[in-house]
Design a binder for this molecule. Structure first.
Ligand code: GLU
Length: 448
């Protein structure tokens, strides 16, 4: 693509609904294209539909841009340009390019129509290729409700011109609007921008457009679900585009560098939540433990309320939680299913389950007592490697399952948990001894 002017792109959302996750992709293509060519990226809030605009939706747009890290160089609200739109409309009427007419569609009084020159309009869409439309079929289309109220086609053309927009990169649903807008650009003596229409995102069935039934469509729902902005951006950018290399994890800056508008696919792109979760894990892996703790912090209040909660243990289990986490939902599940309880509350004793399936109650008591002995006398550094060196030889000698199962079960009360040496390290000598001792007592009293 030859680019001789300074590039100016824009994202022009209407604050009439929640900002769609696909909007991040379209916005980012605009952002990346501008950044890559040393241009300007504009955010224009198209807030001219007074009945459907809501401040909440407008604020959400700013929030999404901030969260993803798409800094815009200029921001406009279309409603602030109303006077200018009215002036241009008057000029179109004065020169005979537009006229007032009955609204034939619903008979609700007068509207202002554009005098269609009825010609073929051709443009080279940077994604979809050459498009030619005979605009005769469009008739004299409406461009304003009345002299005070210009409508979308006119407003968008004037703003794109006034803001110096060189490249209009927007959702494919607008491709049918483009011939009308080109006619207006021409009638006003403006040059036409370059157009690129981004194909929509398919739902997981690979057939229909992504909808609420398939997944979240509101961009911020992904934040609230605990997806990282880096992962979501990485994921969305790759729907219907990829730079053709093996690399899959891209930072925002890397995406900008690699992005080529003409590489965006013509066909709709597929959405695959597993891919997003996988990417999220890759981005989580880049965090330090402290950053990870901050990430899951909002979920940890429930743990903090537990009887023997300690910040020390919490910090020690961060790497264990991390290993099992692809996104925040995994941590939520761990907590609600009680998978972390045993760190902060002494588990219930079960004198049947603590005995290994091929072992006996008496042997289990012997083994646990042996471990108590070893641990009590042990004076070295309290870490899982040393504790393994301390206990493992005995387990190998008399039977691994016979020794390690009751040890792990005494510590966690669960059939699944990290290995016993990790548990010993995390819980510390005092809590560990108490739990093992309690199991020995219970086994001695137990009738079976
Ligand atoms: N305001 C329009 C929308 O939210 C976009 C207009 C455009 O990109 O030209 O769909």
């Amino acid at each position: 693509m030859d680019i001789d002017k300074k590039v100016v792109t824009r994202m022009a959302p209407s604050p009439t609904g929640r900002f769609h996750v696909g909007g991040i992709r379209t916005a980012f293509y605009n952002y990346a294209f501008a950044r890559k060519h040393g241009g300007t990226f504009i955010l224009r809030i198209e807030d001219t539909d007074k009945e459907r605009n809501e401040q909440f939706f407008e604020d959400e747009i700013y929030e999404v841009f901030k969260w993803i890290g798409m800094e815009y160089d200029e921001v406009y609200r279309q409603s602030e340009n109303l006077q200018r739109h009215q002036e241009v409309l008057r000029k179109l009427i004065d020169t005979g390019a537009a006229y007032e007419a009955e609204n034939a569609n619903d008979g609700s009084g007068k509207v202002i129509r554009f005098k269609n020159p009825n010609k073929q309009v051709s443009f080279n869409d940077q994604i979809l290729g050459d498009i030619t439309v005979d605009t005769t079929d469009l008739g004299d289309f409406v461009i304003a409700r009345n002299i005070e109220s210009p409508l979308y086609h006119l407003a968008v053309v004037i703003d794109d011109h006034d803001e110096g927009v060189t490249h209009v990169i927007r959702a494919q649903e607008h491709v049918a609007n483009t011939p009308r807008q080109i006619l207006l650009h021409e009638a006003l003596g403006y040059g036409t921008p370059v157009y690129a229409h981004v194909p929509f995102i398919l739902g997981p069935d690979g057939k229909k457009k992504l909808s609420k039934r398939d997944a979240h469509v509101a961009a911020l729902d992904y934040r609230d679900e605990g997806y990282l902005p880096e992962a979501l951006l990485n994921f969305l950018s790759f729907i219907g585009w990829n730079p053709g290399t093996e690399q899959e994890v891209f930072s925002k800056d890397e995406l900008v560098k690699a992005f080529k508008l003409e590489q965006v696919q013509k066909g709709p792109g597929g959405y695959n939540l597993e891919k997003l979760t996988w990417l999220n894990k890759q981005w989580l892996n880049k965090m330090t433990d402290d950053e990870f703790y901050d990430y899951i912090d909002p979920l940890c209040d429930e743990l903090r309320d537990m009887p023997i909660y300690s910040e020390d243990i919490m910090k020690k289990i961060i790497p264990i939680i991390r290993e099992r986490t692809s996104y925040l939902g995994d941590v939520k599940t761990m907590i609600t299913e009680g998978g972390l309880d045993y760190y902060f509350v002494d588990p219930e004793i079960d004198s049947k389950k603590v005995v290994w399936k091929t072992s006996t109650k008496e042997d289990t008591v012997t083994h646990l007592q042996k471990i108590i002995n070893l641990i009590t006398k042990y004076t070295g550094d309290w870490n899982k490697d040393n504790l393994k060196d301390l206990i493992f030889p005995y387990a190998e000698e008399v039977g691994k399952g016979d020794v390690l199962w009751p040890l792990r079960f005494s510590l966690s009360g669960r059939e699944k948990s990290p290995d016993p040496f990790t548990l010993l390290e995390v819980l510390g000598r005092e809590i560990a001894l108490k739990r093992i001792q309690a199991n020995v007592e219970a086994l001695k009293k137990s009738p079976v």
